[in-house]
Structure formats: structure tokens, C-alpha cells
Design a protein around this ligand. Sequence first.
Ligand code: GRF
Length: 217
Amino acid sequence: MNTAVIISGSGSNLQAFIDASQNGQLDARLAVVLSNRADAYGLQRAAHADIAAVTVDHRDYSRREDFDQAMLQALAPYAVDLIILAGFMRILTPVFISAYRGRLLNIHPSLLPKYPGLNTHQRALDAGDEEAGATVHFVTEELDGGPPILQASVPIVSGDDSTALAARVLEQEHRIYPAAAQWFAQGRLELSGATALLDGAPIPACGVRFQAQGASE
Ligand code: GRF
């Protein structure tokens, strides 16, 4: 499975994919890492792992659609089967999304459908929630609104600030994202219309709940 990972920054989720594909937990070939920022630390992770890396700078394009088209062109030589958005901080248009519909995953640091958009951890704290988490989902035109696949939660503890909470959530991101991609690699996961299916059965609205011993239904 030729996989592209698209990043904007640190790329710790990218690192989780590199590790999972090297240690046999993910049957994927990381074909290319694409960043919209030339200074993204994730590009160094790609170089260390000998993965091709390209930068397409969104500031070179006045329209989002043109940026998306440029990314499609940059990816074209790699015959990509699956795209992993990993801390990619740009909003995609239908130009990109329709080209990879059903093969485009994102991870969002909240228990979707709660808190789409930014500042998820602070919003969870402000709301007095008892738990937070992360959700892997298919990408559709609705921002952070595509069908959830896999979700992990963490407790919110007294004294938490958004930094501490983000770190706790990120640890779970690194577990659930490669696990969801492995379902895809195994042919178990698909997007059918607006519904995510695992082994042919609809996934619940919040996604499959991740179990500590491994991902299971
Ligand atoms: C993660 O929290 C991800 O959920 C969010 O941005 C962060 C990216 O972190 N969309 P990294 O670049 O993978 O370290």
C-alpha cells in the first residue's frame, strides 16, 4: 500500500507511521511525505527514514483550489493508495478531497463529533469535560466532519492545562492512527457513501472505541 503522509509541523504522527511500518504493525510503504512548510520538522524525520519528501508552499498560490491542484501533481508520481493527513494545518477543497475520496484519512484531537476545528483541548477543559481524546476519520468536504473510524479517550485530571492534555491525547493518536491505517491496508475499511464500514458493517457514529490491548470492535 503506497502511502503518502501530509504534514505541516512536528510530524510525531508521521513518526508513529514510520515506526509502525518498520516494526511490522503496518503493512504500508511510506512513499512520500508532503509538507506545506519547508521548515516542518517532519521533513527531517522523513529524511532520516529515507522517505521521499516534497514541499508545496501554500503561500505560492492565491486560491486554495490551485494549491490543492499543485499537491495533486506533486503526489501523482507516487501512485498513492492512501493519504494520511497528520497535523496538516490547511483546509482542503473538493479539488483534492474528491480525487482521493475514500482513501483520505485525518486525525483530530477531540472526541468527534465534539469540538471540530481548533483549540480542542482548551475547549474540553473550559467545558468541564471529564475526558478528551482523538478520532481518526475519513475526510469529506465537511471540516472534521467525515465519518469517524477509531477513537481513543483519556481522562482529564485536576490541574490539567491544554499542554498537558494535548500530550496525553497525542500518545493515543500515535496508537490509533497506524491501527486505523492497518485496517485499510488489510482491506477491512472502506467509505461507502457517507458511511465508514469495517468488515462490511457500519462503524458507530463516534468510531470504534480503541481498546488498550489493541484495536478491536
Ligand atoms: C496532532 O494533535 C493532530 O491531531 C493535530 O495536529 C497535531 C499534529 O501533531 N491535527 P504532529 O505534527 O503529528 O506531531
